[in-house]
Every structure is written in structure tokens, then in C-alpha cells.
Design a protein around this ligand. Structure first.
Ligand SMILES: Nc1ncnc2c1ncn2[C@@H]1O[C@H](COP(=O)(O)OS(=O)(=O)O)[C@@H](OP(=O)(O)O)[C@H]1O
Ligand SMILES: Nc1ncnc2c1ncn2[C@@H]1O[C@H](COP(=O)(O)OP(=O)(O)O)[C@@H](O)[C@H]1O
Length: 509
């Protein structure tokens, strides 16, 4: 990779601007902070080929996994690697603030309308803002703070409960090391916790740890665990870690040693955590799994003190209150005339009567008037419409409201995005497929649309000459040709109550 490039101000000023996707933004921050040293930018094609053939970059530098940037082809079109006037792309954060300039050295087409860009990046601006930004120190700053000798690194991507804290204390003592706790904050919500909430839970465990240096690191998860582990080892080494406490899947290969701990269990004879095989089965309690912990929190059960320090439990309860106090999105999908709006409004009325939550009904027709005016029924416009609905619903749910949406939402990917946005906001998402047969919807034909579509006067009608991808992930399926409106409403209410999103109550008189 070429080093030491200079950008004239006017080139920068006129350069095109692009906001990378969240995972790429996390990589960008690690590149400019030096956490990916010796890497200085996104890989070029030559680097990628060389990496897959011999595990090294084109110039021979050892590097474990691809770090790439893909942009829409339209963004790449005006970029010309050889031309000093047209080879810079300014990369911004999600709010449009410039983070870095990319000196484009290679452009190549990738899948469906995207292009790969490779070349070195240079920091612009002050590095952006985020909650706990003061903890986001560079590897250089951290290395300067660390005492000489061994450094035990811990990547705290989940809250620290007593078994993890016991491991950390034991390993730090055994190695005679200083402790560096790295908290990954590169994603919206790791394991359902917002990054700032994760940071608060780690702080809450601080008095149970040996003296430690804490740093937040904008790491996002890769799709595969091996790449993830290799990069984590690299980043840890850049921060000065000599020994990394593995969470199970960490691999070595960055010049540091990986410590793989044995499983601890709670010994109820003396209240200590020790190797599980050293405790007679009748006296041992195994650590709770992440799923069991989430389940306790979702139901509003306190986390047991033998397992979790009370200060950590308190932060976790604040961050993940019981389901009945969290936001939730109820998303009804189905053909036109299937009964989505009718059931949604019945549900909204019943929930308003109960009065526990604020309810917002994002009805298809109303949304198309207020939020999506001007959109057509093309695939792109339907996806945009559903995306807007999903975004608004997730914001409502982030603030602990209950949003009911009832668009046709014919495409699985758009529905999956809506689910993902709600979950990233720490909320629930309940998908109801109103699976009334097309013939029944067509008989109802309240707006005469089916008749017009059959007569060839309307094209692109869902179910007639436009697709509806049946959900395979519905939490509830209703066929309104077989049940009454009241029963449909009760089935949705029943599911919300059973799964804890709504407080059970006696039927009103
Ligand atoms: N071509 C075509 N296909 C399907 N539906 C059509 C079409 N043209 C107009 N309409 C009316 O628009 C309503 C569906 O809008 P949605 O916003 O729910 O659709 S989508 O989710 O964006 O696909 C839908 O309302 P509902 O009957 O309430 O579902 C129809 O009345
Ligand atoms: N069991 C039922 N559930 C829901 N709607 C029903 C039922 N039986 C008949 N209908 C009628 O079917 C129509 C459904 O229309 P609507 O709720 O607007 O559907 P969508 O929003 O899916 O287009 C309404 O006229 C409603 O009264």
C-alpha cells in the first residue's frame, strides 16, 4: 500500500461524499486509529487476490482477513485512480460528518450494481462523537498508559457476571499482568444491548476486577467467527495486549498468547467459583447461558446474586426491562383485503382500553398518504414504503411504545429489515401473517381493485400479477375466512400476553 499521500484542499472540497455501511464504518475507524496497523486502508483487488493465495497483502505484509469497502456503482463512476483531481472520496458518518478521505487506487465492479474501492484512508475532522467517546482512545494512547510487562486483554462483548469476573481475576493474578478491558461498540446493539448500556454494565463490575484500563473499540462482528477471532487478536495486539483471555472462539496469530479458560461453576458449599470438575455435582451450579439471562430479564425475574453482582444486575435490568415495559412492533402482513387493517384497529382499541402503553397505528392507507405520498407500487417503492414504516415503528418502540403496522409488505427482505430495526432498538417484533386466501380477499374487494386488475385496468396488483412472498417466520398466522374479527383480535392479544409483551388482565366487563 502506498504511504504518505497529501491531499490538496481544493481536491478535498470538491470530492464526492459517501456514507459507508455500519460494519465498514467500524473498519474505517479502526484503520484511522491505527488499530488495524500495519493496514492503512481498504484492500485493493491485488491485495485480495494475494490474501486468498498466500495470506499476505500484495506488498508481502502479513494480514489475516479482507477489509473492504463497497459503494454503489453510481458513486464509483466518477472516481479515477490515476487522476489526482478525481481519485478522492470523502467518507462520512451516518449523520454526514466527514470522518476520512479515501485515496482511491483501485475500482472494480462487484455484485448487483456495487463497486469495490481500495486505497489508503486519512482521518478528517475530530473523529466524530458517540456516548462514552472519551473511552474511545487510540492504540497509541492506550499503549502509552499501560505499565511495562504483561497485559491481559479481555474483549467484553457481553456484561461480566461472576464466572467471567472470577476468570479475569484468576488469570490476571496468575500472569502477574495488567488488565485491559476492550468493549466492542461497533454495532447498534450487541446481544440486544445498546453499546452505551454494555459500557455501563462493564463499569458496574469494575469494583469486582483487578485494577484495569478500559477502552471502547468500534469493532463490528464479521459473518464468520474465524475472521472475527483473527481480527480481534490483531486489534488486541495493536492495543498492547500480550495475553488475550479467550471467550472460546479466539485464535492466535497476532504475536500474542491466547489463554483459554476452563469452565467455572458455583460451589454452594462455600460460595466460590472454581473449576466445575472440582465440585461434586450436587454442590455445583453452572453459569447461566446468555439465553437464560435474557429470559430472566424479559420475565422481570431478578438475576440471582450468586451469579451476578447486584450493581451489574441493576444496570442490566435498566437496559433490558421486562417485556411488558419495553417497546414492541406488531407487524401484520397479507394481501389487500385480508383483514390487516380491521384486526389492527381492533387490537389498537383493545390495547388503548387496557391503557398500559401508548399505541400508534401505522395503517397502510394512512402511511401512504402521510409518510409515503408519491410512492408507487413498484418493488423499489414498496420496499421504501415498508422501510419507512419499519423505521418509524422501531423509533416508537425504542421509546417503549407499541406500534401496530399493517402494510401488505410483500417482500421477505423488507419485513426482515423491519424486524432487524426493531430488535436493534431493543424492542420486540411480532409478525402476524394474515393469510386469508386470495379468493376471499377478491370476493371482499372493498375498493374494487381486484376487479380492475382482472379487467386489465390495473397492473402490478399484489396476488394477481405482482408477487407476495409468504412469510416463513410468522409468529402467528390468521385466516380471517375461518375466524371472526373478534377472534382474530383476541388471537393477537393472546400471543402478546403469552409472550410477555402485554400485561395479562381480566376481560373488561
Ligand atoms: N398495485 C397494487 N397492489 C396492492 N395494493 C394496491 C395497489 N394499488 C393500490 N393498492 C392499495 O394500496 C394498499 C397497499 O399499500 P401498502 O402500502 O400496504 O403496500 S406495500 O406494503 O407498499 O406493498 C392496498 O390497501 P389494503 O387493501 O389496505 O392492503 C390497496 O388498497
Ligand atoms: N374475520 C375477519 N377479519 C377481518 N376482516 C374481516 C373478517 N371478516 C370479514 N372481514 C372484512 O374484510 C375486510 C378486510 O379489509 P381490511 O381490513 O381493510 O383488509 P386489509 O387491510 O388487509 O386490506 C373488511 O371489510 C372486514 O370487515
Amino acid at each position: 500500500m502506498s504511504k504518505g499521500w497529501v491531499l490538496p484542499d481544493d481536491v478535498l472540497r470538491d470530492a464526492p461524499v459517501y456514507t459507508p455501511r455500519p460494519g465498514e464504518l467500524a473498519d474505517l475507524e479502526l484503520l484511522v486509529s491505527g488499530a488495524y496497523a500495519p493496514l492503512e486502508g481498504f484492500l485493493t483487488r491485488a491485495d485480495l487476490t494475494s490474501l486468498s493465495r498466500r495470506g499476505r497483502l500484495a506488498d508481502g505484509t502479513s494480514w489475516p482477513v479482507p477489509v473492504t469497502l463497497q459503494v454503489p456503482a453510481a458513486v464509483a463512476e466518477g472516481l479515477r485512480p490515476g487522476d489526482p483531481e478525481a481519485r478522492v472520496l470523502v467518507l462520512t458518518d451516518g449523520e454526514g460528518a466527514p470522518l476520512a478521505a479515501l485515496d482511491v487506487q483501485d475500482v472494480w465492479p462487484t455484485r448487483d450494481g456495487m463497486a469495490g474501492l481500495g486505497g489508503p484512508v486519512k482521518r478528517l475532522g475530530d473523529g466524530g462523537h458517540a456516548p462514552f467517546q472519551r473511552l474511545r482512545r487510540s492504540p497509541e494512547e492506550i499503549r502509552a498508559l499501560l505499565p511495562p510487562g504483561r497485559v491481559l486483554g479481555v474483549i467484553a462483548d457481553r456484561p461480566l457476571h461472576r464466572p467471567q469476573l472470577a476468570h479475569i481475576a484468576h488469570t490476571t493474578r496468575t500472569l502477574g499482568a495488567h488488565l485491559l478491558v476492550m468493549i466492542p461498540v461497533g454495532e447498534d446493539a450487541t446481544g440486544g444491548l445498546a453499546p452505551e448500556a454494555l459500557v455501563r454494565t462493564i463499569f458496574a463490575a469494575r469494583d469486582r476486577m483487578p485494577p484495569a484500563t478500559l477502552v471502547t473499540v468500534p469493532m463490528a462482528r464479521r459473518r464468520d467467527e474465524i475472521s472475527d477471532a483473527l481480527l480481534r487478536a490483531r486489534v488486541s495486539a495493536a492495543y498492547g495486549v500480550t495475553h488475550l483471555l479467550s471467550a472460546g472462539e479466539t485464535l492466535s496469530g497476532a504475536g500474542l498468547k491466547v489463554v483459554v479458560p476452563r469452565e467455572l461453576a458455583y460451589d454452594n458449599r462455600d460460595g466460590q467459583w472454581r473449576w466445575r470438575d472440582d465440585i461434586p455435582p450436587r454442590n455445583r451450579r453452572l453459569a447461566l447461558t446468555p439465553e437464560e439471562i435474557d429470559d430472566h430479564l424479559d420475565r422481570g425475574f431478578p438475576l440471582p446474586e450468586w451469579h451476578t453482582p447486584p450493581a451489574v444486575a441493576k444496570e442490566l435490568t435498566r437496559a433490558r426491562p421486562p417485556r411488558r415495559h419495553r417497546g414492541v412492533v406488531v407487524f401484520l402482513t397479507g394481501l389487500s383485503g385480508s383483514g390487516k387493517s380491521t384486526i389492527a384497529s381492533g387490537l389498537a382499541d383493545a390495547l388503548r382500553e387496557a391503557g398500559d402503553r401508548t399505541i400508534t397505528l401505522l395503517d397502510g392507507d394512512v402511511v401512504r398518504r402521510e409518510l409515503s405520498a408519491g410512492l408507487t407500487f413498484s418493488r423499489a417503492d414498496r420496499d421504501l414504503n415498508v422501510r419507512r414504516i419499519g423505521w418509524v415503528a422501531a423509533e416508537i418502540a425504542r421509546h417503549r411504545g407499541l406500534a401496530i403496522c399493517c402494510p401488505i409488505a410483500p417482500y421477505a427482505q423488507a419485513r426482515a429489515n423491519a424486524r432487524q430495526m426493531a430488535e436493534a432498538a431493543g424492542a420486540g417484533f411480532v409478525l402476524v401473517h394474515v393469510a386469508t386466501p386470495l379468493e376471499v380477499c377478491e370476493q371482499r374487494d372493498r375498493k374494487g381493485l381486484y376487479a380492475r386488475a382482472r379487467a386489465g385496468l390495473l397492473t402490478g396488483m399484489t396476488g394477481i400479477d405482482d408477487p407476495y412472498e409468504e412469510p416463513t417466520d410468522a409468529d402467528l398466522v390468521l385466516d380471517t375466512s375461518k375466524i371472526s374479527i373478534e377472534e382474530g383480535v383476541q388471537r393477537v392479544l393472546g400471543l402478546l400476553t403469552e409472550s410477555g409483551w402485554v400485561e395479562p388482565r381480566l376481560q373488561p366487563a
